[in-house]
Design a protein around this ligand. Structure first.
Ligand SMILES: NC(=O)c1ccc[n+]([C@@H]2O[C@H](COP(=O)([O-])OP(=O)(O)OC[C@H]3O[C@@H](n4cnc5c(N)ncnc54)[C@H](OP(=O)(O)O)[C@@H]3O)[C@@H](O)[C@H]2O)c1
Length: 235
């Protein structure tokens, strides 16, 4: 039996990933920073709710304790994330971005991911086949964002893509440090969720596909990779 934790799984891609992995036989701990939203989501799926705010040390420590008491962890999916938006729903560009906005973005998308991964390392190391999936973005790719004929080139935001490029670097460094684990970064594709006010062109079922696939890689599978549903992406 594989036990999996998904952060930020009360809605969006995390929720859909939980649904799919439960169908595949995983025991899923559904992370949510809000207890009620998490409990309701978990009830809908038959998941185990766990209160987990990735920006809060005490919350993460309590989640580790609860999951350890429940039998341990095999798969960690670092999915919780935020994107910057102006009050009218636009993307915050280079002229407007501030150090505070960068800090807020990194607090969730980068420091949160590191906080959670670091805290769960002891449980993952006890697993026979530990797997970590870091939900990155196509906008993490320096190659794509700097190539004029790539759709990512037109994206004007600064903090979000910078945070996801950092997610990729962190993924590579963790993968080298823990060769006994499979640790990969994934790009779900532009998916209609609250994150982008449902402007994405994919469904959550399509977007979750690569997360679900990389959550199920075996000990001989890839590690330190950056992939979408079609294969390896350029850094
Ligand atoms: N949608 C896309 O097109 C797309 C593309 C590429 C990558 N991604 C990535 O996919 C991941 C999931 O995004 P989504 O599109 O499914 O967005 P979403 O529907 O807005 O879901 C984001 C989830 O993260 C949670 N979250 C935010 N801050 C948190 C914190 N401090 N602690 C714990 N949970 C927190 C949210 O909880 P609340 O409900 O409490 O806010 C929510 O459950 C993100 O990492 C995002 O960057 C999305």
């Amino acid at each position: 039996m594989t036990t999996t934790l998904i952060t930020g799984a009360n809605k969006g891609l995390g929720f859909e990933t939980a649904r799919r992995l439960i169908a595949a036989g995983h025991t899923v701990h559904l992370g949510s920073r809000d207890a009620d939203r998490g409990r309701r989501a978990a009830e809908r799926l038959g998941a185990r709710p766990v209160v987990l705010d990735v920006t809060d040390d005490a919350s993460v420590a309590a989640a580790v304790k609860a999951i350890e008491a429940d039998g341990g962890l095999d798969v960690l999916i670092n999915n919780a994330g935020i994107e910057e938006r102006t009050p009218d729903g636009g993307v915050v560009g280079a002229a407007e971005v501030t150090a505070d906005m960068m800090r807020t973005m990194f607090e969730t998308n980068v420091f949160g991911m590191v906080r959670v991964t670091h805290a769960f390392l002891p449980l993952l190391r006890r697993s026979a086949a530990p797997v970590v999936v870091n939900v990155s973005s196509g906008l993490a790719s320096l190659k794509r964002v700097s190539t004029p004929d790539d759709p990512a080139y037109a994206y004007p935001g600064v903090a979000y893509p910078a945070s996801k490029t950092t997610v990729n670097m962190v993924t590579v460094q963790y993968a080298k440090a823990f060769p006994e684990m499979r640790i990969n970064a994934v790009e779900p594709g532009y998916t209609a969720t609250d994150l982008n006010a449902h402007t994405g062109h994919q469904t959550v079922a399509e977007g979750a596909e690569i997360i679900v696939r990389m959550a199920q890689v075996g000990p001989d599978g890839p590690t330190g990779s950056y992939v979408d549903i079609e294969g390896t992406l350029p850094w």
